[in-house]
Design a protein. Structure first.
Lengths: 328, 446, 345
């Protein structure tokens, strides 16, 4: 299987789907000749032309609204927001409009659209270009929030996202763009709303998303040498969240740590933990459930401060050790 | 000023004690050093003497409650004092009215203890079944709020819970294990499911191959003593490298000596000399000759004890106790025997005092009376060795160089020694001294 | 139509000769004129019935009534085709009725019934009928303005003849997305007809106090969008402007902007106590400029209908509304077991 990057995997999905389905088109800022801020749409203008690779003015709300309008008429728009932070400029259209249309109109409207948005810190982009806002988006039923952690997942989930009849927020992570992994060249989809156990282990369940999955896997590998077997669960879809897989995992391990880059307060870890402790799985919990989120601060610019603002591998390791104390 | 009655600290590492029972009640006259209550420490049950003469009042902890040492548990009132004089109640009183509390009266007789309280507090206390004398007044007199606080606190106390994870609770439920009986391995002693499973195992193990339906076990919560035994034995076994050496002793002469002693003891209406008493005498002698056996390992140093205080492992209803015979090397067999019998009796009745079980430097464990021929014991820390005494069995042995075989009363002695302090050869010498002492007892008994 | 008419100032209703002339110019048939009258009557009855139902405690939520603005809805509907798309604002009953919505289903939705257009999920503010390309009303002021860009884009991509009509109020014109959308719709020359229905008040805010430069429609100049500002209480004038706009759009020249000056009789919503405008003002509009009254006068003067016919049409319209209420009231409530439905497609 060829090894390509996370970024290339997403581009491949867009490319192949645009070839397969002429209703699919891209819109966003600087996605044409420039190839997108991260180069993700590089070459697509030449291949598909201006009619299907639409460069827009800097009008995030209307980019998303345009996707909505087109989707209502049966198109399959894929909009790009240059940074996830800018989703806040278009939140009315995503949250008040797209998310609610199917419901509000009694099931008579569908809004099949994808809004791509690279989030996360690690690139020195500072406070307004580094946020992880997936927890915010999880507050809007009707939206689908996807958050792939590997190139393989990114492609398979993107193909599912475009084909899904609902508005999908496709949250990418800037730091993952260069990560390589095996990706089948052909067409495959990964089901939306299904978590994946990225690594099985008996001692503790670590639920993590996007780049934190990679960090958790590294820690799991290290701790395995000491006999601590960490199960890493990647929800992949944040909304709707596959709590079933998480519950089953916790039932096996008895321990839970949730890791995300999003600010801890109000972060989705709380949601996961509440789902677990409020379920019958409560009786299988064998240590206080823990969460490790980003610090409750805007992401700083300075490299050292930026690192300290979000969970690092050492933090994850420490949390795992604290959780399994006395067990191993 | 009323004399505060504190929970005494009996032992260096003791942090708390559990009140087994108060033998006196509030209002009772007590005299200085008179036993007022019995408490259980991690080691023994102890009678606690009164710190003063007067009237017992203001008991703060009930039977069954665990109390940190040095905490005030009650007060002793002198003549003329009332509960209102208790320290926590001596908030500003109306200076000009020394008899401001009209209900308060000088304590002359126990029944006369009375409490200063507002009428509604008195009514409430009556309705709620609260003993007003136990209620602390926040001001001059006990008010409704004080009674309410007392009731609320009482409820709090009743909700003592074991720190355990939900999974541990489930496993305990499923296996019928009392969580109180499980020691936790988690942070701050939190009980985890694996701890419960481990605790449940002994019950399960004998049945492991064939599941017996409906088989139930009685769950016995750990007493402090049981828990202490468990922890100390586990610690000892984990920390000190045990070596064990065994010798066989011909007890012919020792038995003869015992018989002679017993003829005398009968005449004096004294208890019959036991093998253990004889053993203690010989062991005390051998310990003087082998100071490293009478020692403690301190990590960076070794303490060679000057005193020879020999503990005797004794079965008591509440579990294993080890009363200690102090200065055994200075005592004759008769005296050893008398003290031993007394200690054993106290142990059986759970009346051992703390000093009875403290300060041991060596321990003897005798299971011979049960027909156990030979066994190894676990060292009782901080001691460095323990002697396991087997039963006396008439055994044919070669008695001389002509290979003549005779039936002799033979007994095995096994020493478990902490190799950090005691080398094999040191232990061997000690054992050979015991053999000498037991096979030629006259040299030390008379 | 003209650009200098400005606000809905005092305006002579005009002689019936002028009326006849314009009708002839616009090639409006008698039937179409009667149709406009019927539509306006139906809207008026719907709104007054809604108010009555509300007073009777039969309406769960709020509502925004368009009585007084009927000419705008009617005028648009005659200018567009039934399969043109409509994106509407929260005061949308009239536009939906004019677009030919099933009044029974509207009323059922208004009463929150399962038979309603939205299965009781939307209520007054969100009535939509996707089968007739009615893409729904929007509860967010200005929320639909940028969506029209997408609809227009899709129509262009799909090379279709339909256009998108997007109606919003004077208040919505001050939302930021207004600018984004105007820019993009003009940039891409999309088939969108933007209609600003200026009823003078954004809730309580007088348009004179909220808009730096009037008319609102002149803002279209900034984007190179042709525009008109018309008397929204003159149904023929509204139709005239819309017809021109629709022709412009269908010819592929891109968007068009029409502002229609009108006036609402009821408060903004049911919580409104009309403290921000004098009673005399409301009465003046009702007595002197009412769109139905004016149109009826012309129809009678031009002898397109007579008094009896006018009353008959009006009575028929009322019957339609009464029947719709009967239908709605007889409809079952949504089953609570269906609560979680329609969240995801």
């Amino acid at each position: 299987m060829p090894e390509i990057t996370y970024l290339e995997a997403i581009r491949q999905a867009l490319w192949q789907e645009m070839k397969r389905d002429e209703r699919v088109f891209l819109l966003g800022e600087d996605i044409g000749r420039y190839g997108g801020a991260f180069g993700l749409t590089h070459g697509m203008l030449d291949e598909f032309g201006e009619e299907r690779v639409l460069e827009t003015p800097i009008s995030e709300a209307t980019i998303v609204a345009t996707a909505i309008g087109a989707a209502l008429l049966g198109m399959r728009p894929v909009a790009e927001l240059m940074f996830m932070d800018f989703v806040l400029l278009s939140l009315d259209q995503l949250a008040n409009q797209a998310a609610k249309m199917h419901f509000m109109f009694g099931g008579r409207a569908t809004v099949p659209m994808v809004v791509r948005m690279p989030g996360g810190s690690g690139s020195g982009a500072a406070s307004q270009h580094s946020q992880s806002l997936e927890s915010v988006l999880m507050q809007f039923p009707g939206l689908i929030v996807i958050n792939p952690s590997t190139p393989y997942d990114a492609k398979g989930l993107m193909l599912s996202a475009i084909r899904n009849p609902n508005p999908v927020c496709f949250v990418e992570h800037k730091v993952l763009y260069k990560m390589k992994g095996e990706v089948p060249e052909g067409d495959y989809t990964i089901p939306i709303g299904v978590a994946e156990i990225k690594r099985p282990g008996r001692d503790i369940t670590v639920v993590a998303n996007n780049v934190m999955v990679i960090k958790a896997l590294n820690v799991a590998e290290k701790l395995s040498k000491e006999g601590i077997e960490v199960e890493v669960v990647d929800p992949r879809t944040m909304l709707p969240l596959d709590t079933e897989t998480i519950l089953q995992s916790v039932a096996r391990t008895g321990r839970l740590l949730v890791v995300h880059e999003a600010c801890q307060t109000g972060g989705w870890a709380g949601e996961v933990i509440a789902s677990v402790v409020g379920s019958p799985i409560f009786d299988y919990i064998d240590a206080p459930v823990r969460r490790l989120g980003g610090k409750d601060i805007p992401i700083p610019y300075n490299r050292i401060l930026e690192k300290a603002a979000v969970p690092q591998e050492a933090d994850i390791e420490q949390e795992i050790r604290a959780s399994v104390e006395g067990r191993i | 000023m009323p004399v505060p009655f504190i929970m005494p600290k009996f032992d260096m590492d003791q942090e708390k004690a559990t009140i087994i029972s108060w033998s006196k009640k509030e209002g009772d006259l007590v005299t200085f050093e008179e036993s007022v209550l019995t408490v259980e420490t991690e080691k023994v049950a102890i009678d606690v003497p009164s710190p003063a003469s007067g009237i017992l009042a203001g008991i703060l902890f009930k039977d069954g409650e665990e109390v940190p040492v040095t905490k005030v548990i009650a007060y002793i009132l002198k003549e003329g004092e009332t509960l209102a004089d208790l320290p926590k109640m001596d908030l500003p009183k109306p200076p000009s009215k020394p008899e401001a509390a009209p209900v308060s009266q000088p304590v002359a007789v126990p029944q006369a203890i009375s409490v200063s309280a507002t009428p509604i507090a008195i009514r409430m206390a009556k309705e709620e079944g609260v003993d007003l004398s136990k209620v602390q007044a926040s001001g001059v007199r006990i008010t409704r709020e004080d009674v309410e606080r007392f009731i609320a606190d009482k409820k709090k106390v009743g909700r003592v819970t074991v720190a355990a994870t939900p999974a541990a609770r489930r496993v305990a439920r499923e296996n019928g294990v009392a969580l109180e009986a499980v020691s936790g391995s988690g942070p701050r002693g939190r009980v985890q499911s694996t701890d419960v499973l481990a605790a449940a195992k002994p019950r399960v193990t004998p049945l492991s191959t064939a599941q017996v339906n409906g088989r139930e076990s009685e769950i016995i919560p750990l007493t402090n003593i049981r828990r202490t035994i468990a922890e100390r034995m586990q610690k000892s076994f984990n920390e000190s490298p045990h070596i064990a050496l065994t010798v066989e002793v011909d007890m012919t002469e020792a038995e003869n000596a015992r018989k002679r002693f017993n003829v005398q003891a009968e005449k004096l209406k004294q208890p019959r000399i036991t093998v253990t008493a004889l053993m203690i005498k010989v062991v005390a002698w051998a310990l003087i000759r082998n100071p490293y056996i009478n020692a403690s390992f301190n990590g960076n140093s070794i303490s060679l004890w000057k005193d020879v205080n020999i503990g005797v492992a004794t079965a008591a209803p509440q579990g294993l106790v080890v009363p200690v015979l102090k200065g055994a090397d200075h005592l004759g067999v008769n005296e050893i025997n008398i003290r031993l019998v007394e200690l054993a009796e106290r142990a059986r009745e759970n009346r051992l005092k703390l000093e009875d079980v403290q300060g041991g430097t060596f321990t003897i464990s005798n299971l011979g009376m049960f027909g156990i021929r030979q066994f190894r014991a676990v060292i009782n820390p901080p001691e460095s060795a323990i002697l396991a005494v087997g039963s006396v069995v008439r055994t044919p042995i070669v008695v001389d160089e002509q290979d003549r075989v005779e039936v002799r009363p033979m007994m095995s002695l096994t020493i478990s020694a902490d190799h950090r302090v005691i080398d094999g050869i040191v232990a061997a010498r000690f054992l050979s001294d015991l053999v000498i002492g037991l096979e030629s007892p006259s040299m030390l008994l008379y | 139509m003209s650009k200098d008419k400005g606000k809905g100032s005092e305006k002579d209703i005009g002689s019936h000769k002028l009326f006849d002339k314009r009708v002839k110019q616009l090639k409006m048939s008698d039937d179409s004129l009667i149709g406009l009258y019927r539509t306006m009557c139906t809207v008026r009855h719907f709104e007054y019935m809604a108010d009555k139902l509300y007073a009777a405690g039969k309406v769960h939520g709020t509502m925004h009534l368009s009585a007084g603005q009927e000419a705008v809805a009617a005028g648009i509907s005659l200018a567009v085709q039934p399969d043109d798309y409509l994106i509407n604002h929260h005061r949308g009953h009239g536009h939906f009725i004019a677009k030919g919505a099933d009044i029974n289903l509207m009323m059922a939705e208004f009463l929150g019934k399962d038979a309603g257009y939205n299965h009781g999920r939307g209520g007054s503010m969100h009535i939509a009928d996707f089968q007739s390309n009615n893409l729904g009303a929007n509860g967010i002021v200005g929320g639909g303005i940028p969506q029209a860009v997408g609809v227009g884009l899709a129509l262009k991509m799909q090379k279709r003849k339909e256009i998108c009509v997007c109606i919003f109020g004077d208040g919505a014109a001050n939302e930021g997305v207004f600018h984004e959308a105007m820019n993009m719709v003009a940039l891409w020359k999309l088939p969108v007809l933007y209609i600003c229905e200026n009823n003078k008040y954004g809730m309580s805010m007088d348009v004179d106090r909220a808009v730096a430069k009037l008319p609102i429609a002149q803002r279209a100049d900034a984007y190179g969008i042709p525009w008109a500002c018309v008397d929204g209480n003159d149904v023929v004038e509204v139709y005239d402007a819309m017809k021109t706009a629709v022709e412009h759009i269908r010819s592929g020249k891109g968007p068009y902007f029409v502002e229609a000056i009108t006036y609402r009789y009821f408060g903004h919503s049911k919580s409104d106590r009309n403290l921000y405008r004098p009673k005399e003002e409301i009465e003046d509009w009702k007595q002197n400029r009412d769109p139905i009254m004016r149109f009826t006068k012309h129809l009678l003067q031009s002898e397109i209908i007579d008094e009896g016919q006018a009353q008959e049409i009006n009575a028929q319209a009322e019957q339609v509304i009464i029947k719709a209420v009967e239908f709605a009231e007889a409809s079952p409530e949504p089953d609570v077991s269906t609560l979680m439905e329609y969240v995801y497609a």
